[in-house]
Design a protein around this ligand. Structure first.
Ligand SMILES: NC(=O)c1ccc[n+]([C@@H]2O[C@H](COP(=O)([O-])OP(=O)(O)OC[C@H]3O[C@@H](n4cnc5c(N)ncnc54)[C@H](O)[C@@H]3O)[C@@H](O)[C@H]2O)c1
Length: 349
């Protein structure tokens, strides 16, 4: 049997566990898997895919990862930034399949749009917990679409955030963000919408910056290179395609850049503007050796989050565990082989 986790199953999990607990669980699972990461047993193949410009810019990528002798996860994720306006669909949509890595059998298939958002938020929570000033109370969110929801949620889980400045080129998206945030955030945080002219002064007032925009490849940075506190922490989430960046080059150069996946970040992330030797420790190394974070105290830190396939396997396994516990999801005979493994034509009788 293959377990299908559709949106009804995910809704049941969220209703039972609660969004705050789910974000905390996801963050803890990521922390543990990063701390225990061993490249001899966990393999990641660089993501690949199709990108196209007609009828509008879009891409469809596959992101495989394997825990040897256990499971292979393969996320197929689309990024179509015109989706919200043209098709009333999210820009980022994904599904993940989970296979048994001893027989190849398909164990599960899940909607991964919510899980992608959850794990991307959780990765920022981990980075923020390790690198942001402990007394951080102010956050600037640049880009107020789908990922902004989990970025703000995640950062408020690990720092005593009181005020969130929000900016988006699309003011309607900016102004609707409050309605999309979980009540636990809405009830405790003051949201302050700002315009493009306020970005420079706001940068001087904040402790944490998150960027998650659909800025076009080649369009340049989404914030000015303005004065900020010397130990500002940045979660840069939206740069995940060659030519697509969100931060000014000078900011990336003077900060310590923490990649999630070195090779991917050098090609697609904020690190495109850096040489390999200019990168700081990875988020995995920081979780394995927290003492590496000590020399970064007082410095500008940039988490270059491009999205790592291992995060998707962890998110799928977390959802599957809850689904099994709650008895939700649908068991389907997607792979019914009959009694004789040598007889593929048994299906005809
Ligand atoms: N790092 C990761 O693991 C990860 C995971 C998921 C998505 N992403 C990336 O995050 C980005 C945002 O994804 P999303 O799902 O929130 O998209 P979305 O379409 O829901 O929202 C993007 C928002 O950015 C705004 N925007 C575009 N250009 C801007 C600019 N110059 N300044 C301010 N706002 C601007 C748009 O108006 C839109 O509201 C995408 O690039 C996506 O590929 C990264």
């Amino acid at each position: 049997m293959t377990k299908l986790l559709d949106t009804h199953a995910l809704r049941a999990i969220i209703a039972d566990v609660g969004l705050d607990n789910l974000m905390d669980e996801m963050t803890e699972r990521l922390r543990r898997s990063f701390a225990e990461f061993d490249e001899k047993t966990v393999s990641v193949i660089p993501r690949s895919g199709f990108s196209y410009d007609e009828p509008a810019f879009g891409l469809l990528e596959w992101m495989p990862s394997m825990e040897q002798g256990h499971r292979v996860a393969m996320k197929v994720v689309g990024y179509h930034p015109t989706n919200p306006s043209l098709n009333n669909m999210p820009s980022v949509m994904a599904t993940t399949t989970l296979h048994d890595a001893t027989s190849g059998r398909l164990l599960a298939m899940t909607d991964a749009t919510f899980l992608t958002t959850l794990r991307t938020g959780a990765a920022s929570a981990l980075a923020t917990r390790l690198l942001a000033p402990p007394d951080a109370t102010t956050l600037l969110m640049v880009g107020c679409g789908a990922q902004a929801v989990s970025q703000i949620h995640a950062v408020t889980r690990v720092r005593p955030i009181e005020q969130v400045f929000i900016y988006d080129v699309d003011h309607a998206v900016r102004d609707s963000l409050e309605t999309r945030l979980p009540a636990s955030v809405r009830d405790h945080v003051k949201l302050s919408p700002i315009g493009a002219d306020d970005l420079a002064t706001t940068l001087g007032r904040i402790d944490v910056l998150c960027t998650a925009t659909s800025v076009e490849p080649g369009a340049g940075s989404v914030i000015p290179d303005a004065t900020h506190r010397p130990d500002l922490h940045v979660n840069a989430v939206g740069a995940d395609f060659p030519g697509k960046v969100e931060l000014p080059a000078a900011m990336v150069t003077r900060g310590v850049v923490i990649p999630d996946d070195v090779e991917q970040c050098l090609v697609e992330g904020e690190s495109q503007r850096l040489e390999r030797c200019e990168l700081g420790p990875t988020i995995i190394e920081l979780n394995q050796r927290p003492e590496l974070a000590e020399p970064l105290t007082g410095k500008l830190t940039v988490f270059d989050s491009t999205g790592w396939a291992v995060e998707d396997r962890i998110a799928t396994e977390l959802a599957l565990e809850h689904a099994t516990r709650l008895g939700v999801g649908t068991e389907v005979e997607l792979q019914d082989f009959g009694a004789n493994p040598f007889d593929p034509y048994e299906l005809t009788s």
